[in-house]
Design a protein around this ligand. Sequence first.
Ligand code: FAD
Length: 402
Amino acid sequence: MTDPIRDIAIIGAGPAGAHLASLLSAAGRDVILFDAKGAWEKPCGGGVPTRAIREFAFLLEDSNYPRNLVRRLTLISPTERRVTVKLEEPFAIYSRRDLNGLVLDRALEAGAEFIRASVSDFSREGDDWIITTGDGRKFRARFLVGADGAASFTRRRLLGIFPARDIALAFGYNVIADQASNGKDAPAEEEAVVKFPKNFTGYLWAFPRPGVMNFGVASKLGERTSDELRSLLSNFVTDYYGGQMPLPERVSFFGAKIPTLDLSSWPGLRASGERWALIGDAAGFCDPITGEGIYYAFKSADILARVLIDCASEDAADGLVSVTSLYEKLWRESFGHELEKASHRLPMFYHGRFYGHDFSDAVVRLARYHKGVRTVLVRAVMGDQSYITLKTDLLRRAWQVF
Ligand SMILES: Cc1cc2nc3c(=O)[nH]c(=O)nc-3n(C[C@H](O)[C@H](O)[C@H](O)COP(=O)(O)OP(=O)(O)OC[C@H]3O[C@@H](n4cnc5c(N)ncnc54)[C@H](O)[C@@H]3O)c2cc1C
């Protein structure tokens, strides 16, 4: 037996799925949202860029969901040169339990129906989808959305998994602040640190969350072994704490994959089909250079919500079918071309030369002495710097040094 028919079924209640559920429910659509974990501590840095908190104002509206606002960023180059830049507008760092809780609570308040179970199967019956959960329940819906993250089950069934070239591997530690140290060991709440190791397609980070320091390393899958990544990470954490790793009882380890699409994957990338669509990580919407995907999770949910609301109001059956072409057009225009450009820039960013040095080394050196280069860096962190003009903007600013 299946339940009554819903307008839209969403698999996954992370930032993408829960945000979509809240927008569609607020617009009067009948939405059912599935996730076995609810609001959970997903492996993540939890860094929400300035652009996201500007565009999605609800993120900072409710102080019940704690976060840190970061106003300084220290960059460490492959030759250990450092520069600290002040951010005109902060970016936010959340524990993922809090961020997911915020978005899921909004979806529930807007009227979405939440099923705390994982989806184990789905199939078509005429124009409808029959969705089966791990505990054997069945649900019926007119439209299916996969918002189930980098290892998306929905994507696997509808399009196939991401190939290895499209994936980065990330490991990290969450370190609880040491109460016994009377605040001496507390994270520097307003400052994040990013380090670029030599000959490495990725970076290390230290992100201060309320009461917790989040450390991580991300790199293209297959470039380094897991042991090498873990050892880079441990050295970084040890350096951060002045030569000593925090006691094991304060430390929890995590690892996960991030979609970071290769340049060759963008032209043929699809995120929808007849009566289905993918959003967020499941669609591959992450910045290939930084691995940042929270903004794109919200943004793709926004775009799909608009398309579903507009198309479905045209007239039931045909409206839903025309979702595909409109959604594909809009995500590409909104951020797809920019992300494709980031894939194009990736080799220059991590392995290129600039003014006779490794790219990140040259940028850190120049930024120490030149406000113009710092401005480009600050704009990059805020999400205001286009990858399309990154090199020319840096060249223009760097040229002014001389
Ligand atoms: C180590 C690491 C660090 C990162 N740091 C940052 C950062 O600092 N800033 C940033 O912007 N991005 C970062 N990212 C990327 C960011 O985590 C993702 O881009 C973001 O979470 C994508 O949101 P989403 O809603 O698409 O997917 P997710 O957040 O992965 O949510 C997917 C949801 O689907 C659920 N699900 C999965 N399968 C099923 C199923 N079969 N049935 C029902 N539910 C299911 C899961 O339980 C999960 O809740 C990082 C990623 C990693 C791995």
